[in-house]
Design a protein. Structure first.
Length: 257
C-alpha cells in the first residue's frame, strides 16, 4: 500500500508530537501492510509556518530516525492544503508542496468540513489553470458534498481525483460518512484510499485491513497502490476495476450472500 495522506511528521500539526510517536505511527503503518507514506502536514492558516522547506526538512529528519529504528517505510513529501491557503501561495511553492514533491503532478486539497464549500470550485479551477492537478481529500466528510453529491461529481467530471479515508469505509466517522464513502467508491468517484492517520492508535495509519473489511479486497491494489503510484510519479491513472454494486452488511458477508 502507498498512503498518500498521513500526518506522520512530528511537532508540525495535529499529528504526532514527538519523533518517537512518529516512529510508532510508522511501525503501525508497516504492520498494516503500508510500504510508503506521503507526509501531508496541514498547510493552512491554522499552521501558518508550515511550508515546503519545513516539510522537506521534517521528512529528511524522520527518514534518519526510521533507519535508526529499522522501520522499512519509505517517506515522500506532500501537504494537505486548505483551499484558503492554496489560493495565496505562489506556483513555485505549490509545486514543492505536491504529493511526491516536484516530480508529482497533484496537490492534495482538503475538502472543507464547514457546512458550505463556497468558493472551492473556483479556487480549484484557478489551481488547475495554473498547471496543478488536484486530489480532493476526504470528500465523504464534507457536509456540502454530503448534502449535494452532484457538486462533488462535477469536480470529478472535470478531471479531479477523490481520496476517501479508509476509516470512513468501516464506520469510524459515523454512519452518514460511511454511506457517502461507499457510494463514492462504488460509483467511481473515489480513486485513492488513504489513512489520514494522525497517530499509532488514534486515527490509525492503516488502509489494507479496512479495505478488506469494507468489501474492497479485490480493488485494493488499484485504490491503494496503482493510483497512488501514478499520482506520485506523474503517470497516467490506470483504468478502474469493476466495483461491488452495493455494500453488503456484515451479516450478509458472514452468510456469504
Ligand atoms: Fe488530513
Amino acid at each position: 500500500m502507498i498512503d498518500i495522506h498521513c500526518h506522520i511528521l512530528p511537532g508540525i500539526d495535529d499529528g504526532p508530537d514527538t519523533v518517537e510517536e512518529s516512529v510508532a505511527l510508522a511501525r503501525a503503518a508497516v504492520a498494516a501492510g503500508t510500504l510508503a507514506i506521503v507526509a501531508t502536514p496541514h498547510v493552512s492558516w491554522d499552521y501558518p509556518v508550515n511550508d515546503a522547506a519545513r516539510i522537506a526538512a521534517g521528512v529528511a529528519e524522520l527518514r534518519v530516525a526510521l533507519a535508526a529504528a529499522d522501520v522499512p517505510l519509505q517517506l515522500r513529501t506532500g501537504a494537505e492544503l486548505a483551499m484558503t491557503r492554496a489560493a495565496e501561495l505562489p506556483d513555485e511553492e505549490l509545486v514543492a508542496l505536491r504529493l511526491g514533491g516536484p516530480e508529482g503532478t497533484h496537490l492534495l486539497v482538503e475538502c472543507p468540513l464547514s457546512p458550505t464549500a463556497t468558493g472551492l470550485e473556483q479556487v480549484l479551477g484557478i489551481l488547475r489553470s495554473r498547471g496543478h492537478e488536484i486530489v480532493l481529500a476526504h470528500p465523504e466528510r464534507c457536509p456540502a458534498f454530503q448534502r449535494d453529491p452532484a457538486a462533488y461529481e462535477r469536480l470529478i467530471a472535470q478531471g479531479m481525483l477523490g481520496q476517501v479515508t479508509a476509516g470512513a469505509l468501516v464506520g469510524r466517522f459515523g454512519r452518514t460518512v460511511q454511506d457517502v464513502a461507499h457510494r463514492f467508491v462504488r460509483e467511481g468517484l473515489a480513486h485513492a484510499i488513504a489513512s489520514d492517520g494522525h497517530s499509532a492508535e488514534r486515527r490509525r495509519p492503516s488502509i489494507g485491513p479496512e479495505l478488506v473489511e469494507a468489501g474492497y479486497g479485490e480493488q485494493a491494489s488499484w485504490l491503494a497502490h496503482e493510483v497512488p503510484y501514478a499520482i506520485l510519479t506523474g503517470g497516467p491513472i490506470p483504468p478502474a476495476p469493476a466495483m461491488p454494486e452495493r455494500r453488503r452488511s456484515g451479516l450478509a458477508r458472514l452468510l456469504g450472500r
